[in-house]
Design a protein around this ligand. Structure first.
Ligand code: AMP
Length: 221
């Protein structure tokens, strides 16, 4: 059965880190809209340049554009056996559009809950690879080179400025938190304590998915 997962959570909640682990463990793609936009920005396309300006200010791109990007990505063959969505949906209209794209396909929704003070601290310390966008494990000894590709570890532009960090949390509260109400009533929604060490979060995530997958596929255990 295809495993389709949406990872919800504020910036720096660990969505990206956990999505990579889960995608590797299940051999399904991690689809991160932030990574897609950062790649476009690095490539210098019109979309990329527009996206970079918004990302650097902590603002969101428009729903229609994001839905178009995700619809195209989910239509590729490697998404047939499932995927982990990281960073999408980020608004209720995006979630509605995703429901439309999925039709009756099962969807597991996991929220990583982390208090604001911890998020601000994490954003300040977070290092990502400037080449392949890998995220350094929280709490890892910071190295100059990426463990995956050897690229330079840098601070993300949207993590670097205190006002932008605060603004991203405000945008999250206004635009993305309503997603919790949108999904909360579903049997395949679960909130996890994302303030734990990454290994504990990963274990909780696997346990939640194993508990919810049969419900998602219609087999209620
Ligand atoms: P992320 O890597 O998920 O934190 O995303 C980085 C930035 O990309 C966000 O702050 C937004 O500017 C933009 N972005 C990523 N995903 C979306 C989305 N689903 N809707 C709108 N903007 C997005």
């Amino acid at each position: 059965m295809a495993l389709n997962v949406v990872m919800l959570g504020p910036p720096a909640s660990g969505k990206g880190t956990q999505a990579v682990r889960l995608a590797q463990a299940r051999s399904i793609p991690k689809i991160s809209t932030g990574d897609i936009l950062r790649e476009a920005a690095a490539g210098g396309s019109e979309l990329g340049l527009r996206a970079k300006a918004l990302m650097d200010r902590g603002e969101l791109l428009g729903d229609d554009e994001m839905v178009g990007i995700v619809r195209e990505r989910l239509g590729r063959p490697d998404a047939d056996s499932g995927y982990i969505l990281d960073g999408f949906p980020r608004t209720v209209p995006q979630a509605r559009a995703l429901d439309g794209i999925l039709q009756e396909q099962p969807l597991v929704i996991v929220d990583l809950a982390v208090p604001d003070a911890e998020l601000l601290q994490r954003m300040q310390g977070r290092r990502v690879c400037g080449k392949c966008a890998s995220i350094a494990e929280p709490g890892s000894v910071s190295t100059a080179a990426c463990e995956r590709c050897g690229g330079p570890m840098i601070t993300r532009a949207d993590d670097g400025d205190g006002n932008v960090r605060q603004h991203r949390l405000e945008v999250y509260a206004r635009e993305s938190k309503p997603l919790l109400d949108y999904y909360r009533g579903r049997a395949t929604f679960q909130s996890i304590n994302g303030a734990q060490p990454p290994d504990r979060v990963a274990a909780d995530l696997v346990a939640s998915i194993e508990a919810m997958a049969p419900v998602a596929s219609g087999r209620r255990l």
